[in-house]
Design a protein around this ligand. Sequence first.
Ligand code: BT5
Length: 324
Amino acid sequence: QSEIRKKLLDAFSNNEDQYLSGQTLADTIGCSRTAIWKHIEELRKDGFELEAIRNKGYRIVKTPERVSADEIRLGLKTKYLGQSIHYEDAVDSTQRVAHRLAYDQSMEGTVVVAEEQTLGRGRMERKWYSPKYTGIWMSIILRPKIPLPKAPQLTLIAAVAVVQAIEELTELTPQIKWPNDILINGKKMTGILTELQAEADQINSVIIGMGINVNQKLEDFPIELREIATSLAIEQGVYFSRSAIIRSVLTHLEKLYFIYIEKGFFPIKILWESYAISIGKTIKARTLSNVIEGKALGITDDGVLRIEDHSGEIHYIYSADIEL
Ligand code: BT5
């Protein structure tokens, strides 16, 4: 199987820019045309762009951009975040890898990045779709000395960092939907998942997982996500360097994290609210036990969402899905 793929890529690189017909490829490699066709489809799935012209054959137009630990490190000026990078080609979930590293006392700021996740996860066992080479699937280990109930604030800090990075590197204007979604033009571009390792109320580590859709095209998303998801490339019409975005996210996150450790959540809260989409609007919060509808007033100094329902009662929401 992978032998055919290797020979296929060799054939293309030995005949740069030339069209190779299915038959020629099959003859060179010594397999069936069906096998060639199947491997061409596999390459497409893995981020290769192939042009197919009738009576001429195939040509590779674009190879997938890869990320490597070295490439991320190049020009990264942070003190902690990303000083240790674990790069994987494919993992089940970068969260799981990061949990193991955190448990083994890895240093604060350790980052896990993968090209692909086979079991990427969202909140409450939901799936996070993480195809190869197109997005940023990353988990960051922090060890803040804060009380357990304050841990959700880190999701909000991470969201601000992603928005700042996107604003720095693109012409887009992302907005945050409490607590963990970043939207562009109303569609989800990033999801954040914050998980903890704690013992007797003491936080050992916080693992911030980020899924950032960067270079997907609309047809790269499964049908059920096409209406609700988007990527930077879809929104701006160009491809972006994922390592540059990773560096920028780590840089902004570290700055915000230092401010947070020194001055508390208040300065972050102000920033967060300036990017928030739902504040002042009527929203529906679906919690595990019920649905609350009302006006989103803002977040508390702890990052808890405040909603005023139609009778004027104020509800404090710790965890929910929001419908706008
Ligand atoms: C999230 O969950 O939004 C958190 C996603 C965190 C993913 C990162 S990737 C690196 C790290 N490793 C992991 O395994 N996870 C983290 P939630 O709010 O529950 O949203 C999940 C929902 O988003 C799904 O049910 C889908 O509807 C939608 N979804 C799935 N994949 C998507 C994608 N690539 N882009 C946009 N929406 C997606």
